[in-house]
Ligand binder design. Structure first.
Ligand SMILES: NC(=O)C1=CN([C@@H]2O[C@H](COP(=O)(O)OP(=O)(O)OC[C@H]3O[C@@H](n4cnc5c(N)ncnc54)[C@H](OP(=O)(O)O)[C@@H]3O)[C@@H](O)[C@H]2O)C=CC1
Ligand SMILES: Nc1nc(=O)c2c([nH]1)NC[C@@H]1CN(c3ccc(C(=O)N[C@@H](CCC(=O)O)C(=O)O)cc3)C=[N+]21
Length: 296
């Protein structure tokens, strides 16, 4: 049986529709417009495309979008000054600093200078600590998007065996925390994991966040398992540039019960969750009820 394709693009459109309804209500009922500031340092073409599409969708759901493009040689002080300004700007409810930053900038220092309440990426140490202790926090967008799709597909993931491949601070680790919070039995695999195929074969849920094109193959997948493919890799094939995930879609889809495609899976959900987090941040900042179903 071929796997069910989890349509992240359609799901993301639905989430953005819900966000837009809430934004409407905030505007008409309270005279408040949520605002998202995105900071891009340097001119990586892939990042520029991504920042532009975020800006477009931010405006589409009725929010204010503030884009700050800084040159690649921006000093740490100038970047920190900008973040300080955004931290204190009442029109800005969410701040995202596009990663990775150029090498001369200290990523941890920069991220931790964002006011936790405006940290819509959920990368600030304070949000990381809150999430891992089960307290209310800002939840990282990519893992949140993955969790929404898993909950939607399975109803509950309680008691399921989940393997997360990758242990980065932005995807792997927060993903594992969220799966654990929903009572999955979680294994985190990484480059030092012994016999990765065997570890993956035990999983009812496989989240691939490795950054290696089509590394996870069908032979590793337990029949009927759900494959969530976080990978975004641009590769050359037949003289064309192509976007592929960290899972080999063709072979995995033959064995899995459900799978997310690339493009059209986790990526669009990430942006939808960024908008949902901005809405949540705006509601919290104004002492209003948080939108239901849009937070973890
Ligand atoms: N769809 C979306 O919205 C997003 C997609 N991405 C994509 O997700 C992927 C992962 O991103 P990110 O977490 O930032 O990547 P990182 O490079 O920060 O982390 C990759 C992780 O994969 C592990 N790894 C690398 N090679 C292997 C291997 N051969 N076997 C097992 N584990 C391995 C690394 O292990 P170790 O720690 O031991 O080095 C590391 O923990 C990328 O393709 C990225 O483009 C990222 C963010 C958002
Ligand atoms: N502070 C920070 N937060 C991030 O969340 C963050 C970041 N930095 N740096 C880069 C990564 C990557 N990322 C993506 C989000 C959406 C798509 C996405 O929408 N992808 C489309 C395709 C886009 C295309 O065609 O290029 C899809 O998968 O369908 C991709 C990648 C967020 N990241």
């Amino acid at each position: 049986m071929a796997a069910t394709v989890i349509d992240g693009k359609a799901f993301a459109a639905k989430v953005r529709g819900q966000v837009a309804e809430h934004v409407d209500r905030l505007k008409s009922g309270h005279g408040i417009t949520p605002g998202l500031a995105v900071v891009l340092v340097g001119s990586d073409p892939a990042s520029e495309v991504y920042v532009r599409s975020k800006g477009k969708m931010t405006v589409e759901v009725g929010m204010k979008s503030f884009e700050h493009k800084l040159s690649a040689d921006t000093s740490e002080k100038d970047l920190l000054d900008l973040i300080d300004k955004l931290n204190n700007d009442p029109e800005v409810h969410g701040i995202l600093v596009q990663l990775p930053l150029p090498d001369h900038l200290d990523e941890d220092l920069v991220i931790n200078s964002i006011t936790p309440a405006k940290d819509v990426d959920g990368f600030h140490i304070s949000n990381v600590g809150l999430l891992s202790t089960g307290q209310k926090s800002m939840v990282p967008c990519t893992p949140l998007g993955c969790l929404m799709m898993l909950r939607d597909h399975h109803g509950s993931i309680s008691g399921m065996d989940a393997v997360v491949i990758g242990r980065s601070n932005i995807v792997g680790k927060p993903m594992a925390q969220l799966l654990l919070r929903d009572s999955a039995t979680v294994t985190i695999a990484h480059s030092r994991t012994k016999d990765l195929p065997e570890v993956v074969r035990r999983a009812d849920i496989v989240v691939a966040a490795v950054g290696r094109p089509e590394m996870v193959i069908g032979d590793w997948i337990k029949p009927g398992a759900t494959v969530i493919d976080v990978g975004i890799n641009r590769i050359e094939r037949d003289g064309k540039t192509k976007l592929v995930g960290d899972a080999d879609y063709e072979s995995c889809a033959k064995v899995a019960g459900a799978i997310t495609p690339v493009p059209g899976g986790v990526g669009p959900m990430t942006i939808a969750c960024l908008l949902a987090n901005t809405l949540t941040a705006c509601c919290r900042a104004n002492g209003l009820d948080e939108p239901e179903g849009l937070t973890a």
